[in-house]
Structures are given as structure tokens and as C-alpha cells.
Write a protein that binds this ligand. Structure first.
Ligand code: PLP
Length: 392
């Protein structure tokens, strides 16, 4: 093959995806220490099984698929109406946000939606992403050959993302944030919405962790901000809300005020995507039943108890920590000048605990380390005991 036929922009990406690098380091450690009992507080994957209401709905849907009269083939690319209605009713109506089912798109994950949405913009648009942040926004734009501006989110300003210094057309925001576990305030979001309205920009708002917000007064959806319907697209996922990381289901909302974009996303999805399975959509619908929601809340409470234990445990050891109050991530400030990838190795060797180096999420993440609250409670507490006893 002639290499000149390849997309040259892939060469601009960091050598390998962050979590592949971490997986390789763990595998190397394991092969050198076969008896190691490694506790993983690294990758943001859930550990609690699906709740009974979801399992029951799945079983019923599987039975339907086994009967000629209720069997379903291809579904609508935008998602079944029953789920789009349930999302509008269950996710938005309780916060007095009016979203119509026509504005809701069901997909098999937020990762692909946030990565694919940039296809709708011209190659020359100016893009801004927070730093640090979920790496998919950056990499998907680099793959498309775009230059990206970084918007620092620093401890000094409470991890509130700063407005772009030069004009940008597309802005990614993520709140509650992965990796800092902090939330954007209403004032910050108003600032961004006003900026977007003034400059004709679009905000791509990732609310994958909104179910973890403990304070009802905090903003859960960008559409709680006046004017957001004219400038913002929102992404939500059942992955962290309901343990669907292995089941795969997510939501993208494109409001009718952005009608051209809404039609383009429908066109894009109809061409390149063939819908989420009926069984999975029935499972997702069950999340919004009274029983389903109560069961899910109790799973999230369990993760948030882990988050509180991590915060308290590290603080007791004298460390500074951020996040973890409205998100399943704790952002650990490393003392001194140690690089976060060096700390990864030190933590693995001294405590056999795995986290994620902050620099993997952007230059402003250097000097920080992300721990997740998704581990099992007992393992999380064991990890903290080891950190208190062995990390020097
Ligand atoms: N958005 C953020 C901020 C995430 O952290 C993640 C997963 O970790 C996703 C999106 C991806 O979610 P999904 O499992 O729906 O693809």
C-alpha cells in the first residue's frame, strides 16, 4: 500500500488512546508480579449489575422478539417513539425543560455521537475544547484535520472553563466534568450561551454524568439556560446513569431552533447508522419507570458513597482533592512536581492501585490524577487503606 493514500491527520494523534496505554502498563505489571491483587480505580466503567426493572423489561422484549406477532426488524434510525417520549418526560420535564420527542435521537453510545457530530461542520470551523477533558472531542476533530483551541479549567478558578481567546465556531463543554468531577456553574454556562448566541457558534454539551448531581439547584441540562435552544446540542448516556456501558444506549438532543443541524443529524444517522436494538430501547425506557428510577438512584448513591470515601480518605492523608461531590470522579492534586504518568507507576508499584494520569486528559491535567468511584465499595476502601499505609 502507498502510505500517501492514508489520512495524514491520524499521525497528529497522541501515540495511542489513553486507556490502551494504561491497559498495557497493567498487563506488564501483572506479568512481572503474577500474584498481584490490583485494585482498578482507573477506567470509568461501572461495576454494579443492571437493576431489576431494566432486566425485567429486557426479558419481556426478548420474549416479544420470539413471537411472530411482536417480532421487530429494523427500527427507526432516530429511535423508537416510546423511548424518545420517555426521555423527554423522564429526563427533561422534571426540570421544566420542554424537549419534544422529535428533537431526541437514540444511539448506541455518547462516545460515537460526540465523535461523529463534528462531521456536520465544515472542515475549516474553529473548534474549542476544555482542558482537561474527555479526549474524544479533541481526537475526533484532529482526525478531521481541524486545529483545536484549548480552554483551560484550573483549580484557581474552580475549574470553570474560560471563554475562548480567539473567535471559535464550535465549543465542547462537559458538566459534570470527566475528569475533574467538577460542575460548571449557571453563571459559566450563561456566559458560554451568550458567547455562542453573539458569535453564531454551537455548543456541544456533554451531560453524561448529570444523574450524579446531588444538588437540585445545579444545572443538569444546558437547556435550563435561556437561549440554549438556539445554540446548543446536548448528549446524554445510559452508560453511567443506568449501568449500560456494555448494553449501549445514549441520547442526543438537537432542538428545532437548530433545524438545519437537526435535519443534517437525521440525514447522517439515517445514512450511517441503523438504530439501537428493540430490546435495548425497551431496557432504556424502563429506566424512567418509577421503580426503575428508584433502583437506579440507589446504585448511584452507592457510587457516590465511594466518592465521599475517596475524598475523605485522601484528605485525611493530607492530599488536596477536587470533584467527587456531583460526579463519580475525584481529581487528586499531586503534591510537588511529580508527573502524573510517573505517579501512575509509583501508585501501581507501591499500592497495586490503578488510577488515570491527569495529563492524559490535556496539558492542564498534568500534576493531577483521576480516581473513579465506580469500583466495588470494599475494594475502594481497601485501596484507600493501602494508600494511607504504603504511599510515601
Ligand atoms: N462522554 C463522557 C464525558 C464520558 O466520560 C463518556 C464515557 O466515559 C462518554 C461520553 C461515553 O459514553 P457512552 O458509553 O455512552 O459511549
Amino acid at each position: 500500500m502507498n502510505d500517501t493514500i492514508l489520512n495524514p491527520h491520524y499521525a497528529e494523534l497522541a501515540e495511542s488512546y489513553l486507556f490502551s496505554t494504561i491497559a498495557r502498563k497493567i498487563a506488564e505489571y501483572r506479568s512481572a508480579h503474577p500474584g498481584a491483587e490490583i485494585i482498578k480505580l482507573g477506567i470509568g466503567d461501572v461495576t454494579t449489575p443492571l437493576v431489576p426493572a431494566v432486566i425485567d423489561a429486557m426479558h419481556r422484549a426478548v420474549d416479544e422478539m420470539g413471537e411472530r406477532s411482536t417480532f421487530r426488524g429494523y427500527g427507526p434510525e432516530q429511535g423508537y417513539e416510546f423511548l424518545r417520549e420517555a426521555v423527554a418526560r423522564g429526563e427533561y420535564a422534571p426540570r421544566s425543560v420542554e424537549i419534544s420527542p422529535d428533537e431526541v435521537f437514540i444511539s448506541d453510545g455518547s462516545k460515537c455521537d460526540v465523535a461523529n457530530f463534528q462531521e456536520l461542520f465544515s472542515a475549516s470551523v474553529r473548534v474549542a475544547v476544555p482542558d482537561p477533558v474527555y479526549p474524544v472531542y479533541l481526537d475526533s476533530n484532529l482526525m478531521a484535520g481541524r486545529k483545536v483551541e484549548f480552554l483551560p479549567a484550573l483549580a484557581e478558578n474552580g475549574f470553570q472553563v474560560e471563554l475562548p481567546k480567539s473567535p471559535v465556531d464550535v465549543i465542547y463543554l462537559c458538566s459534570p466534568n470527566n475528569p475533574t468531577g467538577t460542575v460548571l456553574t449557571r453563571e459559566t454556562l450563561e456566559k458560554f450561551v451568550n458567547y455562542a448566541l453573539k458569535n453564531g457558534s454551537v455548543i456541544l454539551f456533554d451531560a453524561a454524568y448529570s444523574a450524579y448531581i446531588r444538588d437540585e439547584k445545579l444545572v443538569h441540562s444546558i437547556y435550563e439556560i435561556p437561549g440554549a435552544r438556539e445554540c446548543a446540542v446536548e448528549f446524554r448516556s445510559f452508560s453511567k446513569t443506568a449501568g449500560f456501558t456494555g448494553v449501549r444506549c445514549a441520547v442526543t438532543v438537537v432542538p428545532k431552533e437548530l433545524e438545519t443541524l437537526r435535519k443534517m443529524w437525521l440525514r447522517r444517522q439515517s445514512t450511517k447508522f441503523n438504530g439501537v436494538s428493540y430490546v435495548v430501547q425497551r431496557a432504556a425506557e424502563a429506566v424512567y419507570s418509577e421503580t426503575g428510577w428508584a433502583q437506579i438512584k440507589s446504585v448511584i448513591d452507592g457510587y457516590m458513597a465511594n466518592a465521599a470515601a475517596i475524598r475523605a480518605g485522601l484528605a485525611q492523608c493530607g492530599y488536596t482533592v477536587y470533584g467527587g461531590e456531583h460526579a463519580p470522579y475525584i481529581w487528586w492534586k499531586l503534591p510537588g512536581e511529580e508527573k502524573s504518568f510517573d505517579f501512575f507507576d509509583r501508585l501501581l508499584k507501591s499500592c497495586e492501585v490503578v488510577g488515570t494520569p491527569g495529563s492524559g486528559f490535556g496539558a492542564c491535567g498534568e500534576g493531577y490524577f483521576r480516581l473513579t468511584a465506580f469500583g466495588e465499595a470494599a475494594a475502594t476502601r481497601r485501596a484507600l487503606e493501602r494508600i494511607a499505609a504504603r504511599l510515601k
